[in-house]
Design a protein around this ligand. Structure first.
Ligand SMILES: Nc1ncnc2c1ncn2[C@@H]1O[C@H](COP(=O)(O)OP(=O)(O)OP(=O)(O)O)[C@@H](O)[C@H]1O
Ligand SMILES: [Mg+2]
Length: 279
Protein backbone atom coordinates (compact mmCIF):
# COMPACT_ATOMS: atom_id res chain seq x y z
CA UNK A 1 0.00 0.00 0.00
CA UNK A 2 1.42 3.38 -0.97
CA UNK A 3 1.61 6.22 1.45
CA UNK A 4 1.77 9.62 -0.18
CA UNK A 5 2.69 13.02 1.16
CA UNK A 6 3.00 13.61 4.87
CA UNK A 7 0.42 16.33 5.20
CA UNK A 8 0.40 17.58 8.70
CA UNK A 9 2.55 18.34 11.62
CA UNK A 10 1.15 19.21 14.99
CA UNK A 11 3.74 21.89 15.64
CA UNK A 12 3.83 23.47 12.22
CA UNK A 13 1.29 25.72 10.61
CA UNK A 14 -2.05 24.23 9.56
CA UNK A 15 -1.55 22.61 6.18
CA UNK A 16 -4.11 22.02 3.48
CA UNK A 17 -5.32 18.46 3.87
CA UNK A 18 -7.42 18.36 0.72
CA UNK A 19 -6.41 15.83 -1.87
CA UNK A 20 -7.15 18.18 -4.75
CA UNK A 21 -6.64 21.82 -5.55
CA UNK A 22 -9.46 24.25 -4.79
CA UNK A 23 -11.04 21.86 -2.29
CA UNK A 24 -14.00 23.18 -0.34
CA UNK A 25 -13.94 24.30 3.32
CA UNK A 26 -12.90 21.37 5.51
CA UNK A 27 -15.75 19.78 7.43
CA UNK A 28 -13.43 19.57 10.46
CA UNK A 29 -10.60 21.97 11.20
CA UNK A 30 -8.59 21.94 14.42
CA UNK A 31 -6.16 24.78 14.96
CA UNK A 32 -3.53 24.35 17.63
CA UNK A 33 -5.92 22.38 19.80
CA UNK A 34 -4.69 21.46 23.27
CA UNK A 35 -6.71 19.47 25.80
CA UNK A 36 -5.35 19.47 29.31
CA UNK A 37 -6.73 17.30 32.10
CA UNK A 38 -6.07 18.13 35.76
CA UNK A 39 -4.27 21.14 37.24
CA UNK A 40 -0.82 22.19 38.41
CA UNK A 41 1.55 19.29 39.11
CA UNK A 42 -0.82 16.61 37.78
CA UNK A 43 -1.83 18.42 34.59
CA UNK A 44 -1.64 16.17 31.49
CA UNK A 45 -1.86 17.38 27.93
CA UNK A 46 -3.92 14.62 26.29
CA UNK A 47 -3.70 16.70 23.10
CA UNK A 48 -0.96 19.17 22.48
CA UNK A 49 -1.31 21.89 19.82
CA UNK A 50 -2.93 19.63 17.22
CA UNK A 51 -3.56 20.98 13.72
CA UNK A 52 -5.86 18.88 11.57
CA UNK A 53 -8.10 19.40 8.58
CA UNK A 54 -10.56 16.82 7.27
CA UNK A 55 -12.59 17.14 4.10
CA UNK A 56 -16.05 15.73 3.63
CA UNK A 57 -15.75 12.22 2.19
CA UNK A 58 -12.39 11.24 3.68
CA UNK A 59 -11.92 7.89 5.43
CA UNK A 60 -9.29 8.55 8.06
CA UNK A 61 -7.66 5.87 10.17
CA UNK A 62 -6.18 7.13 13.45
CA UNK A 63 -3.49 4.99 15.05
CA UNK A 64 -1.10 5.27 17.96
CA UNK A 65 -0.19 3.71 21.31
CA UNK A 66 -2.55 3.56 24.27
CA UNK A 67 -2.88 6.94 26.00
CA UNK A 68 -1.66 9.01 23.02
CA UNK A 69 -4.92 10.99 22.80
CA UNK A 70 -7.05 9.22 20.15
CA UNK A 71 -10.29 9.10 22.16
CA UNK A 72 -9.72 12.65 23.42
CA UNK A 73 -9.42 13.78 19.80
CA UNK A 74 -12.69 12.04 18.83
CA UNK A 75 -14.46 13.51 21.88
CA UNK A 76 -13.50 17.02 20.77
CA UNK A 77 -14.44 16.41 17.14
CA UNK A 78 -17.82 14.98 18.20
CA UNK A 79 -18.51 18.10 20.33
CA UNK A 80 -18.66 16.05 23.53
CA UNK A 81 -15.59 17.84 24.87
CA UNK A 82 -13.93 21.22 24.27
CA UNK A 83 -10.35 22.25 23.66
CA UNK A 84 -8.54 23.87 26.60
CA UNK A 85 -6.67 25.99 24.05
CA UNK A 86 -6.98 26.45 20.30
CA UNK A 87 -9.93 26.53 17.94
CA UNK A 88 -12.26 23.98 16.39
CA UNK A 89 -14.08 24.97 13.22
CA UNK A 90 -16.96 22.68 12.22
CA UNK A 91 -17.85 23.30 8.54
CA UNK A 92 -15.92 26.57 8.87
CA UNK A 93 -17.78 27.79 11.99
CA UNK A 94 -16.15 28.32 15.36
CA UNK A 95 -17.61 25.70 17.69
CA UNK A 96 -16.85 27.76 20.82
CA UNK A 97 -19.66 30.08 19.74
CA UNK A 98 -22.25 27.29 19.48
CA UNK A 99 -24.91 26.97 22.22
CA UNK A 100 -25.15 23.60 23.92
CA UNK A 101 -28.48 22.91 22.21
CA UNK A 102 -26.95 23.61 18.79
CA UNK A 103 -24.12 21.20 19.62
CA UNK A 104 -26.63 18.57 20.74
CA UNK A 105 -28.56 18.98 17.47
CA UNK A 106 -25.39 18.55 15.40
CA UNK A 107 -24.45 15.47 17.42
CA UNK A 108 -27.91 14.01 17.01
CA UNK A 109 -28.38 14.75 13.30
CA UNK A 110 -24.96 14.80 11.70
CA UNK A 111 -22.53 12.80 13.78
CA UNK A 112 -22.64 9.11 14.61
CA UNK A 113 -20.35 7.91 17.38
CA UNK A 114 -19.24 4.37 18.09
CA UNK A 115 -17.77 4.70 21.57
CA UNK A 116 -14.79 2.66 22.68
CA UNK A 117 -16.76 1.44 25.72
CA UNK A 118 -20.08 1.18 23.79
CA UNK A 119 -22.12 3.44 26.19
CA UNK A 120 -25.25 1.29 25.95
CA UNK A 121 -28.14 1.72 28.37
CA UNK A 122 -28.70 -1.46 30.35
CA UNK A 123 -32.28 -0.61 31.35
CA UNK A 124 -33.38 -0.64 27.71
CA UNK A 125 -33.64 -3.49 25.24
CA UNK A 126 -31.16 -3.77 22.38
CA UNK A 127 -33.71 -2.51 19.83
CA UNK A 128 -34.58 0.50 22.02
CA UNK A 129 -30.89 1.32 22.42
CA UNK A 130 -30.48 1.38 18.65
CA UNK A 131 -33.63 3.46 18.07
CA UNK A 132 -32.71 5.94 20.83
CA UNK A 133 -31.08 8.66 18.68
CA UNK A 134 -34.25 8.83 16.55
CA UNK A 135 -36.44 8.98 19.62
CA UNK A 136 -35.16 12.11 21.36
CA UNK A 137 -37.52 14.33 19.38
CA UNK A 138 -40.76 12.31 19.26
CA UNK A 139 -40.46 9.34 21.57
CA UNK A 140 -40.06 5.68 20.70
CA UNK A 141 -42.16 5.30 17.54
CA UNK A 142 -42.89 2.05 15.70
CA UNK A 143 -41.14 3.23 12.51
CA UNK A 144 -37.98 3.97 14.53
CA UNK A 145 -38.04 0.47 15.96
CA UNK A 146 -38.45 -0.87 12.43
CA UNK A 147 -35.33 0.98 11.29
CA UNK A 148 -33.46 -0.23 14.38
CA UNK A 149 -34.53 -3.78 13.58
CA UNK A 150 -33.26 -3.46 9.98
CA UNK A 151 -29.83 -2.35 11.23
CA UNK A 152 -29.69 -5.07 13.87
CA UNK A 153 -30.26 -7.62 11.11
CA UNK A 154 -27.42 -6.08 9.06
CA UNK A 155 -24.99 -6.42 12.00
CA UNK A 156 -26.18 -10.00 12.62
CA UNK A 157 -28.18 -9.39 15.79
CA UNK A 158 -31.72 -9.84 14.54
CA UNK A 159 -32.29 -12.56 17.13
CA UNK A 160 -31.19 -10.39 20.07
CA UNK A 161 -33.51 -7.39 19.67
CA UNK A 162 -35.32 -7.91 22.98
CA UNK A 163 -32.25 -8.79 25.08
CA UNK A 164 -30.74 -6.12 27.31
CA UNK A 165 -27.08 -5.13 26.76
CA UNK A 166 -25.89 -6.90 29.92
CA UNK A 167 -27.09 -10.19 28.39
CA UNK A 168 -24.74 -9.77 25.41
CA UNK A 169 -21.08 -10.58 24.77
CA UNK A 170 -18.54 -7.78 24.22
CA UNK A 171 -18.62 -8.24 20.45
CA UNK A 172 -22.42 -8.24 20.38
CA UNK A 173 -22.52 -5.02 22.46
CA UNK A 174 -20.09 -3.48 20.03
CA UNK A 175 -22.37 -4.35 17.10
CA UNK A 176 -25.36 -2.80 18.92
CA UNK A 177 -23.28 0.37 19.41
CA UNK A 178 -22.47 0.37 15.69
CA UNK A 179 -26.14 -0.03 14.71
CA UNK A 180 -27.06 2.85 17.04
CA UNK A 181 -24.36 5.09 15.51
CA UNK A 182 -25.68 4.39 12.00
CA UNK A 183 -29.39 4.86 12.62
CA UNK A 184 -29.45 8.60 11.92
CA UNK A 185 -27.55 8.05 8.66
CA UNK A 186 -24.82 10.39 9.95
CA UNK A 187 -22.70 12.32 7.46
CA UNK A 188 -19.75 12.01 9.88
CA UNK A 189 -19.05 8.74 11.63
CA UNK A 190 -16.53 8.61 14.47
CA UNK A 191 -15.59 5.06 15.37
CA UNK A 192 -13.33 4.28 18.32
CA UNK A 193 -11.91 0.83 17.56
CA UNK A 194 -15.16 -0.38 15.97
CA UNK A 195 -13.85 -3.90 15.41
CA UNK A 196 -11.79 -4.18 18.59
CA UNK A 197 -13.95 -6.97 20.07
CA UNK A 198 -14.97 -8.71 16.86
CA UNK A 199 -13.80 -11.86 15.09
CA UNK A 200 -12.72 -11.56 11.46
CA UNK A 201 -16.16 -12.44 9.99
CA UNK A 202 -17.95 -9.80 12.05
CA UNK A 203 -15.14 -7.26 11.47
CA UNK A 204 -15.69 -7.69 7.75
CA UNK A 205 -19.45 -7.08 8.08
CA UNK A 206 -18.76 -3.84 9.97
CA UNK A 207 -15.98 -2.67 7.64
CA UNK A 208 -18.20 -3.37 4.60
CA UNK A 209 -20.92 -1.25 6.21
CA UNK A 210 -18.44 1.62 6.86
CA UNK A 211 -17.23 1.29 3.27
CA UNK A 212 -20.81 1.58 2.02
CA UNK A 213 -21.35 4.74 4.10
CA UNK A 214 -18.08 6.16 2.77
CA UNK A 215 -19.11 5.49 -0.83
CA UNK A 216 -22.26 7.52 -0.21
CA UNK A 217 -20.01 10.55 0.39
CA UNK A 218 -19.87 10.42 4.18
CA UNK A 219 -16.81 11.11 6.30
CA UNK A 220 -15.37 8.36 8.49
CA UNK A 221 -12.82 8.73 11.29
CA UNK A 222 -11.79 5.38 12.70
CA UNK A 223 -9.42 4.71 15.56
CA UNK A 224 -7.76 1.34 15.16
CA UNK A 225 -4.79 -0.67 16.37
CA UNK A 226 -5.11 -3.04 13.43
CA UNK A 227 -2.90 -2.20 10.40
CA UNK A 228 -4.98 -4.66 8.29
CA UNK A 229 -7.82 -2.12 8.36
CA UNK A 230 -5.75 0.53 6.57
CA UNK A 231 -6.86 -0.99 3.29
CA UNK A 232 -10.32 0.51 3.94
CA UNK A 233 -8.98 4.05 4.58
CA UNK A 234 -7.89 6.92 2.35
CA UNK A 235 -5.60 8.51 4.91
CA UNK A 236 -3.73 7.47 8.03
CA UNK A 237 -2.82 9.63 10.99
CA UNK A 238 -0.30 8.37 13.53
CA UNK A 239 -0.52 9.98 16.96
CA UNK A 240 2.13 10.06 19.65
CA UNK A 241 2.05 11.77 23.08
CA UNK A 242 -0.91 13.99 22.22
CA UNK A 243 0.47 15.11 18.86
CA UNK A 244 0.14 14.07 15.25
CA UNK A 245 3.38 12.29 14.44
CA UNK A 246 2.53 11.64 10.78
CA UNK A 247 -0.38 12.18 8.44
CA UNK A 248 -0.45 10.63 4.99
CA UNK A 249 -2.75 9.66 2.15
CA UNK A 250 -3.11 5.98 1.23
CA UNK A 251 -3.06 6.42 -2.52
CA UNK A 252 -3.61 2.83 -3.62
CA UNK A 253 -6.77 2.02 -1.71
CA UNK A 254 -10.29 1.99 -3.18
CA UNK A 255 -11.25 4.39 -0.39
CA UNK A 256 -8.72 6.92 -1.70
CA UNK A 257 -10.37 6.94 -5.13
CA UNK A 258 -13.81 7.28 -3.53
CA UNK A 259 -12.56 10.17 -1.39
CA UNK A 260 -11.09 12.00 -4.37
CA UNK A 261 -14.33 11.63 -6.27
CA UNK A 262 -16.39 12.94 -3.34
CA UNK A 263 -14.15 15.95 -2.76
CA UNK A 264 -14.17 16.76 -6.46
CA UNK A 265 -17.97 16.57 -6.75
CA UNK A 266 -18.41 18.49 -3.51
CA UNK A 267 -16.18 21.33 -4.70
CA UNK A 268 -18.00 21.34 -8.06
CA UNK A 269 -21.39 21.62 -6.36
CA UNK A 270 -20.21 24.21 -3.87
CA UNK A 271 -18.70 26.32 -6.62
CA UNK A 272 -21.99 26.05 -8.53
CA UNK A 273 -23.87 27.26 -5.49
CA UNK A 274 -21.78 30.44 -5.25
CA UNK A 275 -23.95 33.46 -6.01
CA UNK A 276 -23.13 35.22 -9.24
CA UNK A 277 -21.69 38.66 -9.00
CA UNK A 278 -23.88 41.43 -10.34
CA UNK A 279 -22.44 43.16 -13.34
N1 LIG B 1 -11.20 12.52 31.91
C1 LIG B 1 -9.88 12.43 32.04
N2 LIG B 1 -9.27 12.90 33.16
C2 LIG B 1 -7.91 12.84 33.28
N3 LIG B 1 -7.08 12.34 32.33
C3 LIG B 1 -7.64 11.87 31.21
C4 LIG B 1 -9.06 11.89 31.00
N4 LIG B 1 -9.32 11.37 29.78
C5 LIG B 1 -8.12 11.02 29.25
N5 LIG B 1 -7.12 11.33 30.11
C6 LIG B 1 -5.69 11.13 29.86
O1 LIG B 1 -5.40 11.63 28.56
C7 LIG B 1 -4.48 10.78 27.88
C8 LIG B 1 -5.08 10.36 26.56
O2 LIG B 1 -6.20 9.52 26.79
P1 LIG B 1 -7.06 8.90 25.61
O3 LIG B 1 -8.21 8.20 26.24
O4 LIG B 1 -7.36 9.97 24.63
O5 LIG B 1 -6.03 7.86 24.98
P2 LIG B 1 -6.21 6.82 23.77
O6 LIG B 1 -5.18 7.13 22.75
O7 LIG B 1 -7.62 6.80 23.35
O8 LIG B 1 -5.82 5.44 24.47
P3 LIG B 1 -6.40 3.94 24.23
O9 LIG B 1 -5.76 3.42 22.97
O10 LIG B 1 -5.93 3.20 25.44
O11 LIG B 1 -7.88 4.00 24.17
C9 LIG B 1 -4.18 9.63 28.83
O12 LIG B 1 -2.97 9.90 29.49
C10 LIG B 1 -5.33 9.65 29.82
O13 LIG B 1 -4.94 9.20 31.08
MG1 LIG C 1 -9.14 5.37 23.48
Amino acid sequence: MSVASDKNNSNGPTTQSATIKDAPTPIISLRRVTRTFGFDDIATDALSSVNLEIQQGEFVAIMGPSGCGKTTLLNIISLLDEPTLGRYLFKGRDVSKFSSSRKAKIRNREIGIIFQNFNLINDMTVIENVALPLSYARGMQYKNLEKASELLHIVGLGSREYYTPNQLSGGQKQRVAIARALINRPSILLADEPTGNLDSANSKIIMDELTRLHKEGNTILMVTHNPELLKYASRVIQMKDGSIASDAELTETKAYRVTKRTIRSHSYHSSRRKPRRRK
